[in-house]
Design a protein around this ligand. Structure first.
Ligand SMILES: Cc1cc2nc3c(=O)[nH]c(=O)nc-3n(C[C@H](O)[C@H](O)[C@H](O)COP(=O)(O)O)c2cc1C
Length: 751
């Protein structure tokens, strides 16, 4: 009774939470109306583009089934709290039920040993099966639902089914005391047949499960279908058994050389049972006798024609040959896939970037081709990635782990803004091994940027000039994409969007959606917004914050792009303090539990003491959490090392308007990081009198291409070293390489 009322209370609490959610939505709708009067943030028609749910959804009928619903919810809670234990218990129940049903159909005395065998098989497979389905849920999630589903079903059918069936039949044989060769024989005979038959049911079950069944119920759903399936097979098996027995009696009257009738029967029995029952499973209208006979013919034929005894030998032999051939092709494909998708593969560095340069003379074309390829490869799960074995995530064993804004980052290497301007590929970039990914710069309204050509290469010094001019599809479009990504994760975890935003997804930050990683979203003003009208400029940034704050771990205020006229003037103390103050205020209003941090990205060219002190003052006065030191430079002196000769094309590229980036900038970045560290820490001591008062965080960007350089900027006071141009010339393995160089360096130091 007590348990019943506890469950009832829990259900009531859930309903109340739902109501609250709905009310909160309504409040939000109201409060957004009040915001219309805010001079900084007037209402625009665009605001309706990301609707917030404001009604209490009616419960579907399966959530109103009284005790059944409560039992299901209790099960789901168990799944969420102790997934492995719940999984194990469910498997035991499922296997127990299917064994009972199978035995009751068999018309023999109940055999407890068979039940124990069945339970053992179920217990061993339960956790790996659960992990597999979890993995399948979290992967192959493309923008097309149909494609996702099709891929999941296909992968499940091609990978899981043969492995599981081999395990199932092999274990059955082993536990029944059969020899290894008999077990192998059992597998080779039963698995192909069972695989073909499973294609008739399980793709539909998998598709249904991934479409309609919440993640926490998927295994129990599959289990219930499995019990039904097993019962059905047993029923057919039983119907067929009489027929088989008759056939066996008839057929074994022929003699096989060197084979006693008893041994022959013993050998034939598993073939008969497995093949017969499985093959007729979907053809109940065909009589057992008719179905059983041709199967048995393969044993009879060689005996009846003495000269064809080779057929009996060649048949298993050719099967083994086919199996080996198939396996070696599958293994080669897998090795190729494993190599090509590993960021450590040298072709990512030595083949892909030069090939792209050769094929696409326009650097912007290469940029688009690269990002589109990454996007599509990611959708097909064929993208380059840092393998888990390499990217150790545990702080105790990971020398690169660093804590930033309360998050224990897996590593301190980031990908800088501009590579993924519209947040199309944040996950593909995280997969390259970055601890931090910065998307953007994003402007409030869509804008084209400058006219093409606007990106130029200087390969002799691994440098680039760009004057993109903040081309952006706008804040609304970026917010929609980031929200979609968050919703998919919530769905996969069996949570709501709100749960993820409120940090109920464990250690998963609501921006990066990956533990130990941070997503930075960079915001900027539109080109047409008059930079002298500081209020208008502030409105631009605040609009972006309002749209994007729910999906960012850190918001980055860009006041340092050299390609938007007047943008760098915003680095003067007074406008910068006002701008940053407004952004911080809006970020604190973000509709989520943990508010995003705010950083400002400053130029490497404004490097006078007075200019830097002004920035530091604005940072402290506004409450901003940190500074990204560096961007592209307008300066063109000291970029070409002695002895390097540029081609005429490269010399022309260097004269183009825009910002330069590349390794030549590194020394300036290193100096600036050290100076900003000193100034920021000095200001904190002045203002608070305490040496450790909430140190401002520094990220460094500009010319970082090696592990040694990354370590240098970190030692100079940065928490994260960010890379852009290094990736363009070094390919998708750059982050992995830099981290590996850092590890080597740290290991040598330790010795
Ligand atoms: C093609 C290109 C586009 C860029 N776009 C942006 C941008 O939109 N916003 C920004 O703050 N920085 C942008 N940057 C600057 C980079 O984020 C980075 O700070 C700069 O290139 C220095 O780092 P690097 O030497 O590793 O490239 C861009 C750089 C390049 C080369």
């Amino acid at each position: 009774m007590a348990a019943y009322s506890a469950v009832y209370r829990a259900v009531l609490r859930r309903q109340v939470d739902r109501l609250r959610l709905g009310l909160r939505g309504q409040c939000r709708a109201k409060s957004s109306k009040t915001d219309d009067t805010d001079p900084l943030f007037p209402k625009t028609p665009k605001e309706e583009q990301i609707p917030t749910p404001n009604n209490v959804p009616t419960l579907p009928f399966w959530q109103r089934l009284g005790p059944l619903t409560r039992a299901a919810e209790a099960y789901a809670r168990g799944q969420r709290k102790r997934p492995l234990t719940t999984q194990l218990c469910s498997s035991l129940v499922i296997y127990f039920c299917s064994d009972l049903s199978a035995q009751s159909m068999a018309d023999r005395d109940y055999d407890p040993v068979r039940t124990v065998r069945s339970l053992t098989i179920g217990a061993i497979s339960s956790i790996p099966s659960y992990k597999w389905f979890l993995w399948l849920s979290h992967n192959f999630n493309y923008s097309s639902h149909l494609l996702s589903l099709g891929t999941k079903v296909l992968v499940n059918q091609l990978c899981f089914t043969p492995i599981f069936n081999s395990y199932f039949f092999g274990m059955q044989a082993l536990l029944a005391g059969e020899t290894l060769s008999a077990t192998w024989e059992r597998i080779t005979v039963t698995v192909p047949v069972s695989f073909v038959n499973s294609c008739k049911l399980w793709p539909a079950v998998t598709a249904f499960s991934f479409t309609f069944v919440p993640i926490e119920y998927r295994s129990i759903f599959a289990g219930v279908v499995a019990v039904g399936w097993q019962t059905y097979l047993s029923y057919l098996n039983r119907q067929a058994e009489d027929g088989v027995a008759t056939v066996v009696e008839t057929e074994t009257t022929v003699s096989l050389p060197g084979l006693s009738r008893y041994r022959f029967l013993a050998m034939a029995a598993p073939y008969l049972r497995a093949r017969h029952s499985l093959s007729i499973a979907f053809r109940p209208q065909v009589t057992a006798r008719v179905r059983a006979r041709p199967r048995f013919d393969s044993f009879r034929r060689p005996a009846s024609t003495s000269s064809s005894s080779s057929t009996t030998e060649s048949s298993p032999l050719s099967r083994v040959r086919t199996f080996l051939f198939g396996t070696s092709i599958a293994a080669s494909l897998y090795v190729l896939y494993y190599y090509a998708t590993d960021t450590r593969a040298s072709f990512h560095r030595w083949l892909v970037p030069p090939f792209l340069r050769l094929l696409l003379p326009d650097a912007e074309d290469a940029h688009h081709v690269g990002t589109t390829a990454l996007k599509n490869l990611y959708a097909l799960n064929l993208h380059p990635r840092e393998r888990a074995s390499f990217s150790t995530s545990h702080a105790a064993t990971n020398p690169l782990s660093v804590t930033v804004f309360g998050t224990e980052l897996q590593n301190p290497i980031g990908i800088s803004a501009g590579l993924d301007k519209d947040a199309d590929i944040p996950d593909a970039l995280f997969a390259l091994g970055a601890g931090v990914v910065e998307v953007g710069g994003c402007t409030p309204l869509p804008q084209e940027g400058n006219l093409r050509p606007r990106v130029f290469r200087v390969p002799s010094i691994d440098g680039m000039i760009n004057r993109y001019g903040l081309n952006s599809r706008g804040a609304d479009a970026m917010a929609a994409r980031l929200r979609d990504r968050l919703r998919k994760l919530a769905l996969n975890l069996g949570l709501t969007e709100r749960d993820v935003l409120d940090g109920q997804a464990g250690e998963i930050p609501s921006g990066s959606l990956l533990p130990g990683r941070l997503l930075l979203v960079q915001i900027a003003k539109n080109k047409k917004t008059d930079e002298k009208d500081v209020d208008a400029v502030i409105r631009d940034y605040v609009y972006c914050v309002n749209r994007l704050a729910p999906y960012a771990d850190v918001l980055v205020v860009n006041v340092s792009s050299p390609n938007t006229p007047g943008l760098r003037d915003l680095q003067a103390t007074e406008p910068l303090t006002r701008l940053l103050g407004a952004v911080v205020d809006e970020a604190r209003r973000a509709d989520r539990k943990r508010k995003p941090q705010v950083m400002v990205k400053v130029s490497p060219d404004e490097d006078d003491d007075s200019q830097m002190e002004g920035v530091v003052e604005a940072v402290w006065m506004s409450g901003v959490d940190g500074v990204i030191v560096g961007n592209t430079t307008k300066k063109r002196t000291g970029l070409v090392p002695q002895g390097v000769r540029l081609t005429a094309k490269e010399q022309k590229a260097l004269q183009e308007d825009g910002g330069f980036s590349g390794p030549a900038q590194f020394e300036q970045t290193l100096k600036l990081v050290g100076r900003y560290r000193k100034l920021l820490d000095g200001y904190s001591m002045q203002s608070s009198g305490e040496p450790d008062a909430a140190q401002k965080v520094i990220f460094a960007t500009g010319g970082i291409t090696t592990g040694d350089q990354a370590l240098k900027v970190l030692n100079a006071g940065a928490s994260v070293a960010m890379v852009y141009t290094g990736l363009v010339y070094g390919g998708s393995g750059t982050i992995t390489r830099i981290k590996s160089e850092m590890r080597d360096k740290l290991a040598i130091k330790a010795i």
